[in-house]
Design a protein around this ligand. Structure first.
Ligand SMILES: [Zn+2]
Length: 204
């Protein structure tokens, strides 16, 4: 993940592929458990919104231009602006630090106000220090094309990694429960229960 150096944050010794989407989903669910609705959540939601729009049009060139032209409505403009301004507003900056056998080392400088929130106790607990590096994990997931796998379950609101393009629920259970709540689902369920009672007259 990220380690703090004297000058900023650096990606630790993971060689090759790190599943940023997986890291993020885990952290987002921890934030959710804590009931904290931080700006990271807003950032991820906005990015996913734009990513979904773009994916539906098969990631055309100049999607940002089309969004700003208003083709996808005001919400899309707002979401894109938020995502694009986030790192600028928070004064994150990228530095190519030095060359290494696996490629150049990336370093991120982070604004002073985040320094006070560095993880002090334990690097894996979700403490305020996550405010410092979580946006960078979002950045890596976005640049690495892993955002489209991150979803928020439409039923229980938990974050999960989707396995299919059209997967809106984290589990079969959530999909079923959501379906039961729809008019069609309610009708089918009622019909099923009627048939069940006819077949099993002694069941309650
Ligand atoms: Zn769910």
């Amino acid at each position: 993940m990220f380690i703090e150096t004297k000058r900023g944050l650096r990606i630790t010794g993971f060689v090759g592929y790190l599943d940023w989407a997986e890291v993020l989903v885990e952290k987002l669910n921890k934030l959710r458990e804590q009931g904290s609705n931080s700006e990271i959540v807003t950032l991820v939601r906005n990015l996913i919104y734009i990513d979904t729009l773009a994916r539906r049009c098969r990631y055309p060139e100049e999607i940002s231009f089309r969004i700003y032209e208003g083709e996808f409505g005001q919400d899309a403009i707002k979401a894109l602006k938020y995502a694009q301004q986030f790192f600028v507003k928070h004064n994150y900056s990228l530095v190519l630090e030095e060359s290494g056998a696996q490629g150049w080392l990336e370093r991120y400088t982070v604004p002073a106000e985040y320094h006070g929130s560095l993880p002090k106790v334990h690097k894996d607990t979700i403490v305020s220090g996550d405010a410092y590096w979580l946006p960078l994990a979002v950045w890596k997931a976005a640049v690495g094309g892993q955002l489209s796998r991150i979803r928020e379950c439409r039923h229980c609101q938990k974050w999960f990694l989707s396995k299919r393009i059209r997967q809106n629920y984290c589990s079969a259970g959530c999909r079923q429960q959501a379906f039961r709540a729809t008019p069609t689902g309610k009708r089918k369920r009622a019909a099923y229960m009627r048939a069940y009672r006819l077949k099993n007259p002694n069941a309650r």
